[in-house]
Design a protein around this ligand. Sequence first.
Ligand code: F6P
Length: 546
Amino acid sequence: MNEIVVDPTTTRAWASLEQSAERIKATTLSELFAGDPSRSETLSFEAAGYGIDLSKNLIDEQVIGELIELAQEVGVAELRDAMFAGAIVNTSEHRRVLHTALRAPRTSALVIDGVDIVADVHAVLDQMGRFVDEVRSGFWRGATGKVITDVVNIGIGGSHLGPLLAGEALRRTVSAPLTVHFIANIDGADFDAETASLNPETTLFVVSSKSFTTAETMMNASLAKAWIVRALGPDSVAKHFVAVSGDRSAVASFGIDPDNTFAMWDFVGGRFSLGSAIGLSTMLLIGRDAFLEMLSGFRDIDEHFTQASLHENVPVLLGLLRIWYACFLGAQSLGVMPYAADLRSLPGYLQQLVMESNGKRVTRDGRVLTTPSGPIVWGAPGTDGQHSFFQLLHQGTHLAPIDLIGYLHPLSSHRESHDQLMANLFAQSQALAFGRSAEQLSASGTPEWLIPHRVVPGNRPSTLILGERLNPRSFGALIGLYEHEVFVQGAVLGIDSFDQWGVELGKDLASQITAEVQEQMPIGDHDPSTGRAIARYRAARRDWAN
Ligand code: F6P
């Protein structure tokens, strides 16, 4: 794509936003609410079944208007449309970005280079569905004729975090005839811990790797193969291993039957791949229909993102909000607090989605950024975080915007627990925004000397994201919402949100250092600190390696 990447700092909107930042810094959320009685309505939006209340953010309608002008000046909508149409928006890797095709309806078509990729996507979904039906019904059996009771997904990054999150989030929605486990870390202790209670006869491994070269996954897949072969013999591999990959020949060389391979495509980035065959372990857990429901949730938000006006477009507004905090108010992070225990892995998932996408230093055309990059993402489920780091949110000196996510209907039968869970969510959002003043403390009899310690200043921003129920469809919509807001951030900053060159140096060095720690090579030309650490390791290794 031959495009001009606009430097956002040169736009008219940017200059206006700089002035608005001074106005907003000089006021407070209390004053903003007092000055506009309809603020919570005008700054609340709906998308794909979620209510998103932006009113407790450090913004006003003028800021929103200027942010939308910024999006218009840099061409966010044009880039969005180009992405959906299959343009090469991942310029540094010269790739199309079409995770949205993973949830396109079967009746639609998207022809790229003469191939209808929607038909390809549905062919793989059908293949997944047939396989999943066979395993869940007990038709597919292990090498000794036993039904599969445990599935182990071996993968890392986008080939792990999405299936892990979805598995936890959706396992209650349907009764699963099997349990799904995950092995990601290259630490052999992870492999041992996950397989300790498993029976090889009833275990199926799903090796998930788009590239089929990732060191962690290849190491763990080899350990798994040895574990199965040791227990059941070499002919058992076909019944205990399937693969998800874009590289069929690499899968075949590893020894997995090509008929048991589920395809991935170059146009789906790892961190955007949950709706692809990378979600096979999720489909095995929740079944074909629930998986398709999840895809329809993704589609709901795709439709909203492509059709809603920018003024009501929630992924656009959220992406612009992150830009506002990072570029105009100096925030460096985004906290994500799901008030749903089953979304406990959402912060980890979003760390990859946001930080691998927007943690960049140059624009799509290679110029050094004139703005901060995307935020550092962190978080934990409410209410756990309240008894840990929320102290800093209430009284620390950092500006740390957070998302508070909750569901109106409980997932468990413990109604009282759900009432308290949601009461805590609402309480945090109020306390962060409005705090507790010295006057209020004094009036309630707090001794003078203690008042400074107990004052909660408020004016701490949060976004309230409320869904009806956590189910496959709403889950898909939530993930799609974050996918698209990440895209919007990247579009405004002018960066390629779909490459990840920064992770390569560490991989290169690790493979060189592996030979050094194993004493196949002398210690190379490292900085003194790294060289000393390697030498110390080699000395210790001589004890345990013999
Ligand atoms: O190294 C980073 C990365 O490429 C991620 O982008 C990706 O999700 C992960 O590794 C796993 O890659 P693969 O699916 O090819 O094993």
